[in-house]
Design a protein around this ligand. Structure first.
Ligand code: NAD
Length: 392
């Protein structure tokens, strides 16, 4: 169980690019990173595309005035001159800026934590991976809810054969917040999400399903997709060529099959994030709206609901428990778990501790690249009028 005591020698000196006053995701980064003040200290930022607003915001959240920078290039250059300069930076800006900021950060000698979808192409991912290796730095990807410990319980139970051989993988990440074009008119963050120059080659496939795809890999690391078929559409026509709805069918190398539904036009749906894994003996099912519960159903036996923090859960799961039984937790705790693992990875990298790096479960650069590959394969299939394509 986690209690805030230090897991690394000292907190990491941390800065942010983006995640400013009006951003959707910035606060999640800060609540995640700063949950345990033994992991990260927020010391600098280029928080906003508008320098004045970014400075005002940074000072309001307690960052020194001279370390609230007008842009990321100035921040990396000025921080490098200080003895107490930041050593890790989080990038919480729109998708189209991730690659250049990530590259500049690594070149400035910083570890990086970057938003998903990581970049537009897996080629960009490979270049950044090579640069990170050359510089000896970690690149983590904020698949935030993947820090929920019940997903690790699923992983442990599948590994222990509790549901038998996996046959069916059913994934869903949908909401209805962009059911009409009104969404683009009322939200700046929605406007760029449907602009291919800023969002990249997809809308919901990249924005939503990269989370779910990573979670499925986290739960079932041995399951590799052999081929997939993607059918995507833009129910709000002005979003074309980007999709606001997609269905993906998957064939896995071991003969299992899967399907994923991702959508922002699932009108009336507020939180449709669901993972159901069906094996030859039973099934496991998790919903993000009840992140403390895991449904475990064995054929011919009464269905069970496993509850977080209980001693009957696997150590892998309870090691990431924060509050103990009876009290509810959720998204913020998942982000805090992810950020703590980023800190442990960075600290291990700094010390050359390969054992820790090889056993730590967290969304690393490969998880980011795999998210891009997932989107690339889906788009390739959709563009061939939804035919099966070999997973590359
Ligand atoms: P947003 O438009 O709400 O906010 C973007 C922020 O970045 C704003 O503060 C803006 O001023 C700032 N910004 C833009 N360009 C900048 C630059 N060059 N330098 C400094 N600041 C800059 O966007 P959002 O919804 O917060 O999304 C940001 C990223 O986070 C996207 O990649 C998105 O996919 C991702 N995201 C992830 C999650 C998650 O759960 N992991 C949730 C939401 C968004």
């Amino acid at each position: 169980m986690l209690n805030g005591e230090k897991r690394i020698f000292r907190p990491l000196r941390w800065g942010m690019v983006g995640g400013g006053r009006h951003s959707q995701v910035g606060y999640k980064h800060r609540t995640g990173a700063l949950r345990d003040n033994t992991a990260f200290q927020l010391l600098a930022g280029a928080f906003d595309i508008d320098p004045e607003r970014g400075k005002d915001f940074g000072m309001n959240i307690g960052v020194d005035e001279e370390r609230c920078y007008p842009d990321y290039k100035t921040m990396f250059a000025e921080e490098a001159k200080r003895n107490d300069g930041v050593e890790v930076v989080s990038i919480a800006t729109p998708n189209g800026t991730h690659y250049e900021i990530c590259k500049a950060a690594l070149e400035a000698g910083l570890h990086v934590i970057c938003e998903k979808p990581l970049f537009f192409t897996s080629e960009e991912g490979r270049k950044i991976k090579a640069l990170a290796e050359e510089k000896g730095k970690i690149v983590g990807v904020t698949y935030g809810f993947s820090g929920n410990q019940m997903l690790l319980q699923m992983r442990a139970m599948i590994e222990q054969g509790k549901i038998g051989d996996i046959r069916i993988v059913e994934l869903q990440y949908t909401h209805g917040f962009s059911a009409t074009e009104e969404a683009e008119k009322t939200s700046e963050a929605q406007k760029w999400r449907v602009d291919p120059k800023i969002a990249g080659p997809s809308f919901v496939l990249g924005d939503l399903s990269t989370h779910t795809y990573y979670m499925s890999q986290l739960i079932m690391p041995h399951m590799k997709i052999k081929e997939l078929l993607c059918d995507r559409q833009s129910f709000v026509g002005s979003r074309a060529p980007l999709e606001d709805n997609a269905f993906v069918l998957m064939h896995y190398e071991n003969g299992a099959v899967g399907r994923l539904w991702t959508s922002s036009v699932n009108a009336g749906c507020m939180d449709g994030h669901r993972i159901r894994i069906v094996g030859s003996k039973g099934s496991l099912e998790w919903w993000d709206s009840k992140p403390y519960e895991l449904k475990y159903e064995v054929q011919g036996e009464p269905s069970q609901t496993l509850i977080r923090a209980m001693p009957y859960l696997d150590n892998l799961c309870n090691a990431d428990e924060r509050l103990g039984a009876l009290h509810v937790e959720g998204l913020s705790d998942a982000w805090a778990n992810i950020y703590l693992k980023f800190a442990i990875a960075i600290d291990a990298k700094n010390r050359g501790d390969e054992d820790t790096l090889n056993t730590l479960i967290y969304p690393d650069i490969d998880a980011g690249i795999n998210g891009i590959r997932w989107v690339e394969n889906c788009v390739r299939s959709a563009e061939k009028r939804s035919t099966w394509v070999a997973f590359q």
